[in-house]
Design a protein around this ligand. Structure first.
Ligand code: SF4
Length: 185
């Protein structure tokens, strides 16, 4: 967070979280080669996000291989409901997986891998987690790579201190929502 990066946002998601802050409709229809041409010379760090990027798995694998061969630092964000091939995951600097409560996320695959960080959103909507659930889940995870973030769509982030307190209590990291705090109206 806070480091400049190029974002590639792949459209579409297999979940439908209340209050999702992403426009899930496609805006551009590009082949992988067209996309690469468009981003040429725009920095070395790239974050592939969505929606849910793994829904376009063939294109995603092709994209990661081509970015990797160009020496790019690759990051990916996912809701964790799908896995990705291990040889592709190895090419990724950092995967941020945010399992949604009640979804069929694949914790067995994503948990405790050295380049995977798990992010849990604390809050009231159905897909968010609560303290009791996180207290049960977190002891089986490597806390060094677990982050707790508050749900919130307003710049004041009223619930941030609750997430901070819980992160301290459970020995995890706290994640802010910089994209919300700095949002321009
Ligand atoms: S998983 Fe993420 S992108 Fe998909 S609906 Fe939920 S918040 Fe939105």
């Amino acid at each position: 967070m806070g480091r400049p990066a190029l974002f590639i946002r792949l459209s579409g998601c297999n979940l439908n979280c209340e209050g999702c802050d992403t426009d899930l409709k496609p805006s551009l229809d590009l082949s992988v080669l067209e996309l690469l041409k468009r981003i040429e010379g725009q920095g070395k760090r790239v974050i592939i996000t969505g929606g849910e990027p793994t829904l376009q798995m063939n294109e995603l694998v092709d994209l990661i291989c081509r970015l990797y061969s160009r020496g790019m630092e690759i990051h990916i964000e996912s809701n964790g409901t799908n896995t990705i091939p291990l040889d592709i995951l190895e090419k990724i600097c950092c995967a941020v997986v945010s399992p949604k409560r009640g979804s069929d996320f694949n914790l067995g695959f994503w948990a405790n891998k050295s380049n995977v960080h798990l992010k849990f959103v604390l809050g009231k909507p159905d897909w968010c987690w609560n303290e009791k659930e996180l207290k049960q889940l977190i002891p089986i995870l490597d806390r060094e790579r677990v982050w707790i973030m508050a749900y919130g769509t307003d710049q004041g982030m009223q619930n941030a201190s609750e997430a901070w307190d819980l992160a301290l209590k459970l020995g995890t990291n706290y994640s802010d929502r910089l994209h919300i705090r700095l949002k321009r109206s």
